[in-house]
Ligand binder design. Structure first.
Ligand code: DQA
Length: 146
């Protein structure tokens, strides 16, 4: 099976972006840890980051024809704004877990609203890079590859 990890806007800056909120791990650090864990479990894991809403939507649409079995999604600020990205995930019917490094419930009020949580399998937030690792464990379990 194949897992796609999707990262929204500004997550390419991880490591230097507000480290007190988002931590010191870079996107490359996060990807290599996830990729190694997935590979050990016999699963192919690919990561894609974009600052552009339409590119994320295109990637979600492509995932269906590529047979992606599960998506791990950190939509970044699109969490709170993007009906279009939500609709793409609903359209492809690929199960996904919503991930946030920070605890979106402990910050500005506008971050408490997510366009994804009610159609996600689950939501993990506030645990830094561990949010991704724990989401991957859940996905591997669901795929029977843990
Ligand atoms: C984020 C939280 C969002 O509110 C923010 O816009 C991000 C990152 C997180 O991982 O904590 O870009 O999704």
């Amino acid at each position: 099976p194949r897992i796609l990890v999707l990262h929204g806007p500004n997550l390419n800056l991880l490591g230097t972006r507000e480290p007190a909120i988002y931590g010191h791990a870079t996107l490359a650090d996060i990807h290599s840890a996830l990729e190694a864990r997935a590979r050990a479990a016999g699963v192919a894991l690919e990561s894609f980051q974009s600052n552009h809403e339409g590119e994320l939507i295109d990637r979600v649409q492509a995932a269906r024809s590529q047979g992606v079995a599960f998506i791990l999604l950190n939509p970044g600020a699109y969490t709170h704004t993007s009906v279009a990205l939500r609709d793409a995930l609903a359209a492809v019917e690929i199960p996904f877990i919503e991930i946030h490094l920070s605890n979106i419930h402990a910050r500005e009020a506008f971050r408490r609203q997510s366009y994804f949580s009610d159609i996600a399998i689950g939501v993990i937030c506030g645990l830094g890079a561990d949010s991704y690792k724990l989401a991957l464990e859940a996905a591997l379990g669901r795929l029977g590859h843990n």
